[in-house]
Design a protein around this ligand. Structure first.
Ligand code: ADP
Ligand code: MG
Length: 279
């Protein structure tokens, strides 16, 4: 799925939320959308997934405007992982993942049960949910629920996956687990991924390119190295982190700085030791 966005604008009442947004995403690429709270990230994702319509501008998917795809077709190749998109109570993990197949079924049935079984089994396996398959959703932890939600979108077998802050509320172990599964899926199936990400370090580690938004406008777009820079981050977030290369992967990572932290009295010797560890 190749996506081209051209001069996209969105207004709510008389307030402009997105202005002249243009960018493109190649097939099989992962684009990360970053920016401060209220910069328009979720709104942009809603326009891209067809949930909201744009005030002006256009979104093309494989050379055709998104509005021209019938809703039912859209659900066959586009999946959105939303926060709290799971049914509230009464369903097991396996049942919820099976729900991902709904867009493909019609009143005649349509799909072979054995094929669906096989697909669901492989997803349970991939997501490490085998032991939980008969457990009710309400008895799962936040990390487990998020894995079920991703499993449900996998069952849809989309070509384009959109995610809005998928790692929020997850501990670091579950963040890495979820992002690794998404990355593996992206590479195996040539999946195109567009994800809003809150955490700049996660964004730099997992995205091929980044789109930095501020006040509804694109401030910069490019590779993690182009975007995760002290000057750009300071301009947009109002705080200037130190940017260093990850010692193993070479990708940019931020280290936060703050006025009151600088005033803390840390023995000079400990400071030096710490620097040596980093290098
Ligand atoms: P982000 O996801 O970057 O935090 P959002 O896209 O949620 O930002 O919101 C961007 C701006 O648009 C905010 O000022 C928000 O209040 C406004 N906004 C979002 N949705 C609506 C809506 N349905 N009606 C009016 N204003 C909205
Ligand atoms: Mg948001």
């Amino acid at each position: 799925m190749f996506i081209e966005v051209d001069m996209l604008c969105k207004r709510f009442d008389n307030q402009s939320v997105l202005e002249e947004i243009s960018f493109s995403v190649n097939r099989g690429e992962c684009l990360g959308i970053i920016g401060p709270n209220g910069s328009g990230k979720s709104t942009l994702l809603k326009l891209l997934s067809g949930v909201e319509s744009a005030t002006a501008g256009k979104i093309e998917v494989n050379g055709k405007q998104i509005e021209q795809y019938p809703r039912k077709d859209l659900a066959k190749w586009l999946a959105v992982l939303q926060q709290e998109s799971l049914p509230p109570i009464g369903f097991t993990v396996r049942e919820v993942i099976e729900m991902g197949r709904f867009p493909f079924q019609n009143w005649l049935g349509g799909e072979e049960e054995a094929d669906i079984e096989r697909l669901i089994d492989s997803i349970l396996d991939k997501m490490g949910l085998n032991d939980l398959s008969d457990r009710h959703l309400e008895n799962l932890s936040g990390g487990e629920r998020q894995r079920v939600a991703l499993g449900k979108t996998m069952a849809q077998q989309p070509k384009l996956l959109m995610l809005d802050e998928p790692t929020t509320y997850l501990d670091i172990g579950h963040q890495i687990l979820l992002m690794d599964r998404i990355r593996e899926w992206q590479l195996e199936d040539d999946l195109t991924v567009i994800s809003v990400l809150h955490d700049l370090n996660i964004a730099a580690l997992y995205c091929d390119s980044l789109l930095l938004l501020h006040n509804g406008r694109v401030v910069a777009a490019g590779s993690p190295e182009d975007i995760i820079r002290t000057d750009l981050i300071e301009e947009v977030y109002g705080t200037a982190p130190i940017v260093m290369n990850h010692p193993v992967y070479g990708l940019p990572q931020i280290i936060l700085q703050g006025e009151s932290i600088a005033q803390r009295t840390i023995p000079a010797q400990r400071k030096v030791e710490k620097m040596e560890i980093v290098q």
